[in-house]
Design a binder for this molecule. Structure first.
Ligand SMILES: NC(=O)c1ccc[n+]([C@@H]2O[C@H](COP(=O)([O-])OP(=O)(O)OC[C@H]3O[C@@H](n4cnc5c(N)ncnc54)[C@H](O)[C@@H]3O)[C@@H](O)[C@H]2O)c1
Length: 280
């Protein structure tokens, strides 16, 4: 049994996308659900793929935590309404909502299709909108709640993913607007912006080869710390924002990115590529 710090003791959390793409490592939703459970929350594990959420539930149960699986397509309003109802029925209320569902899509404005644009917005933004639509009234009624949106540094820096960047940018803007609208109802709304972390989803879309190897190296090397990040790094930040320790923080987006946003790429380039100084 893991010893619990109890930062969210007695709270009820919904985590959307609480499963993880199959493969080695851990996704951000699965890790966040595990950390919240370890810290004392009862967690509703929401995923389109119940077998993925079931893996998360088993992991939490093994550590002595409490969680239940709820199968839903969070792009659908009826599913979101049912999801919130299920949390209330199973655990009595909703204190914490982590909007974690998302999927990147590559492409510029020129080569992104309308279908890809709409799908990317549905997965990354509509899911959070609909989950909040039904969770906020429950929180507002009791005058307390904490929402954490999982955005991306793609919302803040260009990387050739125009639809994804715009959708995550929308999520950051929604975070601010919701913090404004619901602060006096006791509802805090924040976001985390992960950098280039290693998750099973990321690994599953890269074909083995020199490009994948380069990207794996850069995921660690591009940041100030020079070390790779993973789903746990995002989970620890999300759990902090969800907890009472962040009771005076709302409307903010916390980058979790090894300082990538503080790097001048030109200054990192020679060091990363082993370019010698004259005389070396
Ligand atoms: N991996 C990265 O490098 C990275 C970087 C920045 C941001 N992020 C963000 O982190 C989040 C999670 O990424 P991950 O790599 O852990 O992904 P993941 O694919 O492992 O996990 C996401 C889960 O969401 C579920 N899901 C997808 N659509 C759904 C829907 N409509 N309804 C219900 N469940 C649905 C999937 O089944 C999956 O289990 C995303 O928001 C992503 O944009 C990831």
């Amino acid at each position: 049994m893991v010893e619990r710090a109890g930062r969210v003791e007695g709270k009820v959390a919904i985590v959307t996308g609480a499963g993880s793409t199959p493969g080695p490592g851990i996704g951000t939703g699965k890790a966040t659900a595990a950390v919240l459970a370890e810290e004392g929350a009862r967690v509703l594990l929401v995923d389109l793929h119940p077998e993925r959420a079931e893996e998360t539930r088993a992991m939490i149960a093994e550590a002595g935590g409490k969680a239940e699986v709820f199968t839903a397509d969070v792009t659908r309003a009826a599913d979101c309404e049912a999801m919130v109802r299920a949390a209330v029925e199973a655990f009595g209320t909703v204190d914490i909502l982590v909007n974690n569902i998302g999927l990147a899509s590559l492409g510029t404005v020129v080569d992104t299709t309308e279908e890809a644009w709409d799908r990317t917005f549905d997965i990354n933004l509509r899911t959070a909108f609909l989950a909040c639509k039904y969770a906020v009234p429950v929180m507002a009624e009791k005058g307390a709640g904490s929402i954490v949106n999982v955005a991306s540094i793609s919302a803040l820096r260009g990387d050739g993913t125009v639809a994804y960047s715009a959708a995550k940018g929308g999520l950051v803007a929604m975070t601010v607007d919701m913090a404004y609208a619901h602060g006096r109802q006791g509802v805090r709304v924040n976001a985390v912006a992960p950098g280039h972390i290693t998750t099973p989803m990321v690994m599953s879309v890269s074909q083995p080869g020199p490009r994948a190897e380069f990207m794996n190296t850069m995921r660690a090397e591009a940041g100030l710390l020079g070390t790779p990040g993973d789903g746990w790094d995002v989970a620890w930040a999300a759990a902090f924002l969800a907890s009472e320790q962040a009771r005076w923080i709302t409307g903010h987006t916390l980058p979790v990115e090894s300082g990538v946003l503080s790097v001048t790429p030109l200054m990192m380039a020679p060091h990363l590529r082993g370019v010698p100084e004259p005389g070396e």
